[in-house]
Design a protein around this ligand. Structure first.
Ligand code: GLN
Length: 531
């Protein structure tokens, strides 16, 4: 019989952005390396129902799950660290929570009762923990609470977490508080006061943590026993449960750093399951730290070059491919609004990632046209495939070819809106989202790259290639290499006359892992390193 699921709750203090999510995911990776089945979820205080309509400049990448939820980029970290596919249930924003609750109230589900924050909201939050643990059949389920303790908008999550042991037993809950310990250069010392204050805030809500992760302002592992003993004394935690974490050069070092910093003692008091096999992480970090002699320059032709978090899964997928190929990756950000042929000539390969809206689109089309013309390695992702098709159609004689999204003239819409998508352009959760299968034509380069003809990728789009223009697109140098199983939708294109010019309507970047590059990215790095 399966033993009872254990729950780990990760809260944050002092400031956000110190890597609470990476720490939560790293603990998950360590427990997974012990042979345990681990799942993870995020509770985010904001009131957007999901991340679908959020401005990526403000919020970073919108990560899409296999079941089609548009989520926060943290879920991407979770997938890359745990090698486990998340679902829509892996994230609960306050917006989604309240919407579900109010919908239930309107449909009469509460039988005349007054609906309140406690117990109705808190029960719902707790139910998400139980549902995830059940769906993932978890030995350990980790819950990261977004924001910092004391934020008024996150209180319902903190209260739900505090009450939860009454449902599953205190011995099955581990509270971890991640806080920041700054270094004061004038007096040359670490200051624990802000961390102490955040732990006091947490105590006020009835939670005394079992483990404190002190994110320290240093770039290497430190011995600072006075920090640990001070936090232990003032905050009522065991001294060996204060884990001092320095900044890491790469996020993938964090699982190993956590072990070196003593995370195992408090974790193993909570769940004893043998030693973790960290060899996968050791191998990865060794790859990351190796100093390859060959540098490969990949140009990212994009719009939000001032917030590259917008393309986080793409940049992580590129890194994974570079580590696998044993080359030093230099990502060159090319502002799509100002891009010229000189920028394209200056790099060894080009990626045009996903995107929405007309701004910068001509620069992306120019990038695809340049690669077709000059046999430069090209990888197009979603919009990156659509602009490639536009470039090919223009080369193939459809002057002014464009996408309906960018106001194509009549008869020139080589990319057009999918059936049923009209009028939904500014609404949330209505695109073609999540996993869809595709069939690759036998003998195509892409079938070879994948090593398969039936593939599944995640999607997030409203527009599709107009197959009435297949001939002109072909004349312009692109072949349709894969479609939806019924042939209705173009999923992959490639250029038979180029060494490596591939593009897809999907988002393969979401399925890349740091230790297992996605074949489309691996292929790009390989081709670019030959240039
Ligand atoms: N804007 C395009 C569409 O909606 C591409 C979307 C994307 O790149 N994710 O189809």
């Amino acid at each position: 019989m399966k033993t009872k699921t254990k729950y780990i709750f990760v809260t944050g203090g002092v400031i956000s952005g110190v890597g609470k999510g990476i720490m939560a995911a790293s603990m998950g990776a360590i427990l997974k390396a012990k042979g345990l089945k681990v799942s993870i979820q995020k509770c985010d205080p904001y009131f957007n129902v999901d991340a679908g309509l959020l401005n990526p400049r403000e919020h970073g990448e919108c990560f899409v799950t296999r079941d089609g939820a548009e989520t926060d980029l943290d879920l991407g970290h979770y997938e890359r660290f745990l090698d486990e596919e998340m679902t829509g249930n892996s994230i609960w924003t306050s917006g989604k929570l309240y919407k579900t609750l109010i919908d239930a109230e309107r449909s009469g589900k509460f039988g005349g009762k007054t609906v309140q924050l406690v117990p109705h909201v808190t029960n719902m939050v707790q139910q998400t923990f139980l549902d995830n643990a059940r769906d993932f059949e978890s030995d350990v389920h980790i819950v990261e609470i977004g924001g910092t303790v004391g934020d008024i908008e996150g209180l319902h999550f903190i209260e739900a977490v505090r009450e939860f042991p009454t449902k599953v037993g205190r011995e099955n809950c581990l509270y971890v508080h991640v806080c920041y310990v700054p270094w004061l250069s004038t007096s040359q010392e670490f200051k624990t006061k802000p961390a102490q204050n955040s732990l006091r805030d947490l105590r006020q809500f009835g939670i005394i943590p079992d483990m404190v992760v002190a994110r320290m302002d240093v770039d290497q592992l430190v011995k600072a026993p006075h920090v640990a003993s001070k936090l232990a004394t003032f905050c009522g935690v065991r001294e060996d449960a204060v884990v001092l974490m320095p900044d890491a050069k790469s996020v993938y070092e964090v699982p190993l750093n956590a072990v070196k910093s003593g995370v195992l003692a408090p974790l193993e008091r909570f769940i004893d399951h043998g030693d973790p096999d960290m060899s996968q992480w050791e191998k990865l970090v060794k790859r990351i730290e190796s100093k390859p002699t060959k540098t490969v320059r990949i140009g990212m032709v994009a719009k939000y070059v001032d917030n590259t978090d917008t393309y986080l899964s793409v940049t992580e997928a590129l890194k994974a491919a570079a580590w696998e190929a044993g080359v030093d990756l230099k990502t060159v950000w090319i502002n799509a609004e100002e891009a010229t042929d000189a920028d394209f000539a200056d790099v060894d390969g080009i990626v045009v990632p996903g995107g929405f809206g007309i701004r910068g689109v001509e620069g992306k089309i120019a990038a695809a046209a340049y690669c077709l013309e000059h046999n430069k390695p090209y990888l197009g992702l979603c919009l990156g495939m659509q602009v490639a098709v536009i470039a090919a159609a223009r080369r193939g004689g459809v002057k002014c070819a464009n996408s309906e999204e960018f106001g194509a003239q009549e008869g020139k819409n080589v990319v057009y809106i999918m059936e049923g998508q009209q009028g939904k352009e500014s609404t949330g959760g209505t695109m073609r989202l999540g996993n869809y299968p595709a069939v690759l034509k036998k003998g195509t380069k892409l079938a070879k790259i994948y090593g398969a003809t039936e593939v599944i990728e995640r999607h997030r789009h409203r527009y599709e290639v107009n197959q009435e223009f297949t001939e002109q697109i072909r004349a312009g140098g692109l072949e349709i290499a894969g479609t939806s199983p019924d042939g209705a939708l173009v999923e992959f294109v490639e250029a038979p006359n180029c060494d490596y010019f591939v593009a897809t309507q999907g988002h393969p970047e979401y399925r890349s892992r740091p230790y297992r590059a996605h074949p489309m990215f691996a292929g790009l790095l390989k081709a670019a390193s030959k240039k």
